[in-house]
Design a binder for this molecule. Structure first.
Ligand code: ADP
Length: 359
């Protein structure tokens, strides 16, 4: 008797479609052939051989169903014991395949879990560090105007200053109180955004000219080393927006224009229909300050991003202003754009839908 274990193949292996193995793979059933040479169901290599060729094709079964097939061919008789041994072997191979599959799945799961835990831990560490840095920057930002408020108010209380000096102290007090108010406002907006709550807007018809003129005058009074040029708003610039939000956007852009032109210079502000965006009104602030390198431009509207520049290292800031300008513009259905050249200056444009295409 000649016996051959022809193959133990997994599902998906290409086998002759008319073989006993293919039959078993298709049906999940055991196939027994007493002579492959004459079995009409199956293809035989030769039909006329004198010795009958027996075949036994057994499914390899695991928890997931048929996972493969074990095919045996032999000549002569096969004892019941040999057949039982073949069936036993197929059973064990099926179980081994199942075990291997479970082990691989477990390993993959463990690897995936380990990766997720490592990523979550790294993220937690990053967030923790960002929070610590943020708290230290915020404390510093709050402490600076507070110290000035304490110092100047004490001076005013304790000494009798000449009127001109007293007035200067009051101007300082006012400026620092405004700074504190701005920081607190930014932090409140930020916590609202972080909590996923929409920024509260109260849209109404805005007098853009009055907004521009008031801010130009305010900044000109506080920053003597800069010139503020305001272009009156042309007709067709009607806007429905939250005036307080517009004011905060403009103040943020103006204070950046000042902070990032440390040698002084010209700051131009205007509001007009955007020539390249039909239906949109643009509010623009342009300076001739240090500018921003092209590779940093896509990041500057992200939270906490500050661009290092040797001339502005002493400049105070939380890196939040532009992210709030962006959030406020988007809350109005608009957006912010920037053009900048290092050493030449920057132009920020807040683009908002005009009354005809309002949200
Ligand atoms: P902050 O001014 O508090 O740092 P912002 O979010 O307002 O935060 O600005 C982010 C960064 O973008 C600034 O730190 C600065 O590097 C850069 N930037 C903003 N406005 C200007 C500007 N007009 N000119 C040059 N750089 C600017």
């Amino acid at each position: 008797m000649r016996t051959a274990l022809l193959a133990c193949v997994p599902v998906g292996t290409l086998v002759d479609t008319e073989s006993a193995a293919a039959w078993t793979l298709r049906t999940g059933q055991t196939v027994t052939s007493v002579d492959l040479h004459v079995d009409g169901r199956l293809r035989a290599d030769e039909r006329t051989a004198s010795t009958p060729l027996r075949a036994l094709s057994l499914p390899l079964v695991s928890g997931a169903g048929v996972v493969g097939v074990m095919a045996v061919e032999w000549t002569g008789e096969m004892s019941r014991a040999s057949r039982a041994a073949a069936e036993e072997l197929a059973l064990h191979v099926g179980l081994a395949v199942e075990n291997a599959r479970l082990t691989v799945r477990q390993l993959l799961f463990a690897e995936e879990l380990a990766e997720k835990v490592a990523a979550a831990t790294a993220r937690m560490r990053e967030l923790d560090q960002a929070k610590t840095e943020f708290l230290s920057v915020v404390s510093h930002e709050l402490r600076t105007p507070l110290t000035a408020l304490q110092g100047f108010s004490e001076l005013l209380l304790r000494s009798t200053l000449p009127p001109e000096r007293a007035r200067r102290c009051l101007v300082y007090l006012h400026t620092e109180a405004c700074t504190l108010g701005r920081i607190v406002g930014e932090l409140l907006d930020l916590s609202r955004i972080e909590a996923g709550r929409p920024l509260e807007l109260r849209p109404e018809a805005v007098d853009l000219d009055a907004l521009m003129e008031r801010n130009a005058e305010l900044f000109a009074a506080e920053h003597r080393e800069h010139r503020f040029r305001w272009t009156p708003t042309p007709p067709g610039s009607a806007l429905q927006a939250d005036p307080d939000a517009l004011d905060r956007m403009l103040k943020n852009l103006l204070s950046n224009a000042v902070k990032y032109s440390p040698r002084g210079g010209e700051v131009c502000i205007s509001a007009s229909p955007a020539s390249d965006r039909p239906g949109m009104i643009e509010m623009a602030v342009e300076d001739d300050g240090v500018g921003i390198p092209a590779e940093q431009l896509p990041r500057i509207f992200d939270k906490y991003v500050r661009v290092a520049h040797p001339e502005t290292v002493a400049t105070r800031g939380l890196g939040l202003g532009l992210s709030l300008v962006k959030a406020l513009a988007e809350a109005h259905g608009g957006h912010v754009e920037v053009e900048s050249l290092p050493g030449k200056g920057s132009k920020f444009r807040v683009l908002l839908p005009g009354v005809e295409r309002h949200f």
